[in-house]
Each structure stands twice: as structure tokens, then as C-alpha cells.
Design a protein around this ligand. Sequence first.
Ligand code: ATP
Ligand code: MG
Ligand code: MG
Length: 379
Amino acid sequence: GSWLGMLGGGQLGRMFTVAAQTLGYRVAVLDPAERCPAGDTADLHIRAAYDDAAGLDQLAERCAAITTEFENVPADSLRRLARDRRVSPVADAVAIAQDRIVEKRFISSLGVPVAPYVAVLAEQDLADAPDDLFPGILKAARLGYDGKGQARVSSREEARAAFHAFGNVPCVLEARLPLAFEVSVVVARGADGQSVAYPLSENVHRDGILAISTVPSRQASDELAERATAAAIGVADGLKYVGVMCVEFFVLDGDRLVVNEIAPRPHNSGHYSINACVTSQFEQQVRALAGLPLGDTAMLAPAVMLNILGDIWFDENERSREPDWSAVLAVPSASLHLYGKESARRARKMGHVTCVAAGELSVDAAAAKVAHALGIAFP
Ligand code: ATP
Ligand code: MG
Ligand code: MG
């Protein structure tokens, strides 16, 4: 069989690897860790830094086409691989999503609204920031995820302190918006420029980390879902994107949409597609990468996905315990996905559970049982 390559060894790479192997491919994963979720599942694990020339050349030698699961992969590594291999997404698209300043400018240039913000390159930018950005959130422009590299700031003074605490790196200061709710759209775009979109996902975050996705959304109207989907496809077109990406939106006042950010890869809010859609977002990533026809994104059943964070491995006294997986699997429509990470830490994504509606049991009733078994708050 032919080989596909993956830069990055996390859970997104692992789920890609499984999907690729199901379609008969072999997968090589490049990641520096001795063991990692994707490396453990792959046919070959190249242990090298993401910018290691010898490692990258080994990956390119082996693989017909290469993708990434890691938002902060050096864009130059993608460029190096692209010299003689098909690479998707391309470095330029990933580079835009890696920098919040560039990303917001790009999305605005497409006529799609973003949260009010200013770029903060120096302290003076905070002094000049409009009053209505407070209370706000200062976000480092690069390298943040799961709410890391962000500080909630109520005043200019707090913003200055946070800017210093981040080491004066480039940031954006965003207004803290009164969110009615949050949604996201996963899009797959082929090399022919045709896109398919997954149903709108409604997302609950806790402490900056995705906790629950509900699909279809309960709060979004069909009209809102159509607008969000059109905007997400517009962003994919604007990037000339090839592969799977996600656009995260804030919904304000019931029906106003602003883009929060884009992710140049499959997204946590699309994990439900493994169990609840005809084609999963990871199979779609394989298809787009390999130049195969894109699959049907239709849902087979309504779904609720619950993220499993490392927190549930610890009791009130910080003593370690194993969560009760049997109780989860006793819920007939629950699918358990564990990422094989070696150690549980608080706030670390360890797995997820997707529930679908099945027979007498509603999807909410199933999710409530799973949440109760794991000690996760639902809804
Ligand atoms: P990830 O890449 O893992 O999605 P991140 O670190 O890039 O996360 P953001 O998406 O910027 O973080 O923010 C995480 C969450 O924090 C958002 O989904 C939202 O719930 C909240 N949040 C972020 N920015 C704002 C804002 N301007 N106003 C209100 N809430 C916000
Ligand atoms: Mg992000
Ligand atoms: Mg986000």
C-alpha cells in the first residue's frame, strides 16, 4: 500500500492514522516524543523535531502526500516537504492560522466579521486601545491553544501587566463579548475547489477548553447555520485551502455571527463525525490529502460529544484513580475514544465520548448517563 505522512503525534494525528489505515494506507508520523498517540498507532514513527531536516526528508522519502495535525508546526517544514511531495494544507494557509493578527486581518478582508480587537506589538498599542475593548482578553498572537496564552483583563493596567507577563510578545487585545452561544463548522475542501461542510456544531467551553459539542445545534436557527456554513466555506475558498479545517464562531444577541478563529486541521468539535456521520472528518482529511473524492457529511443520528479531560483521574485529595469505563460502555449508544496518553494531567485532553440517539434512549439521556458515570458536568 502507499504511505501518507503526518506531522505531529497528538490525538488528531492518531484519529487520522486510523482512518487512513482503514482505507488501506500506511502512515508515517513525525513527532519528537518517544511515545505519542499518533506514533503508537502509525506504521512508522520518525522521532525527530518538527524542524529537523533529516527527519523531514525521511518522511518525504517514504510518503506520497503529507499533512499535519499540529497548528504550530513550523511553516518552513511544510515548505521543505512541499518541494517534492504533495502537502496539504499548504504552508501559507497554516501560517495565517498560526498568527492571530494575520488571521483576523485575513478574515476581515473577506468581509467576515471578527471580534473587535487591536494588535498589540508594544505597550503604546494598549495606551491607544479604544475604551470599549475593556473588559477584554489579551491573547498571545502565536502558540496558544485550549485557552493557554490568554489573560482576562478588566483595565488597561491589567492588560499592561499581562503583556509583560507574556514577555512583551505580539498579542491581540479583544473585547470580551457577551456570547449567546458558540458554534463551529468543519469544512473539507478538495484540490478541485469544491467544499463539503459538516452540520453546525454547538459548543460549550469551560475554562477556555471545549467541553461539550451538540449536533445539530439546539439554539441556532437553520438560517444562522446556513450563514455560518457559507462564511466557513468562504474562508476555505479565500485560503485556497485543501484539506479539512474548522471555523469557530461566537453568536451574539441570538443571531449575529463573528469568527473567533480558524483551525487548519480537523477539530475537536468535529469528533462526533466519527460515530454520527457517513464520513468522519478524519476520513475526509485522508480523502482530500490523497486526491480521492470527498465523502458524504450527512448525519446518521443526532449526537452529543463529551470531552474527557485528565481532571477525572484525580479525586478531591488529588489521589489518582482510573475512571469507570465500564459504566460508560454500559450506555448502549456511547462510543468511547481514548487517546492512549501515558499520563493524565488536569486540563489535558485524554479522550472523548460520543453519544447518539438510539432506540428508546434520547441522545441527551445517554450523554447524561455518561457524564454522571465520569463525574463530568452535563449540560
Ligand atoms: P483552541 O485553539 O483550543 O480552540 P484557544 O486557546 O485558541 O483555544 P480561543 O478559541 O481564543 O482559545 O478561546 C477559547 C474560548 O474562550 C472561546 O471558545 C470562548 O469560550 C472564550 N473566549 C475567547 N475569546 C473570547 C471573547 N473575545 N469574548 C468572550 N469569550 C471569549
Ligand atoms: Mg485556537
Ligand atoms: Mg478556539
